[in-house]
Design a protein around this ligand. Sequence first.
Ligand code: ZN
Length: 146
Amino acid sequence: MNDMTGLEMQHGRLFVGRLPYKKDLITSVENFCKESSIDMAVFSIIGAVSSVTIGSYDQKQQVYVSHFEKAPLEILTCTGNISLKKGNPVAHAHIVLCDEEGKTTGGHLFSDTIVFAAEIELQELIGNTLERVYDKNTGLMLWKFI
Ligand code: ZN
């Protein structure tokens, strides 16, 4: 028996591109999706940032805890998805970064995170569009399956 809730999706358009220099990573991805009429997608990014805001979810307090760091860091991996929140495409992304000594850090990705250089591949998904709604168990905005 499988308790996972999910939907079967089809592949839509596949994009590869570069994110703009000195702009916010999340905002750039969301703006691209808005301009390209993308409601759902999965994406991955590699590159570098000049500053980052990362954190994690405090499950007890049900709040995100984040911190800002201004530093040249490599994006070892950044993966995420796009779905709708209040009718707009929103990105949920996690990131792993390293400094010049190879020391890694990572977490849930927030704005402000400023791109130095970044390459993205983004796979559009076609199907019943998923909308993020408040989930009372977790306090998070999670996908709603009808
Ligand atoms: Zn997250």
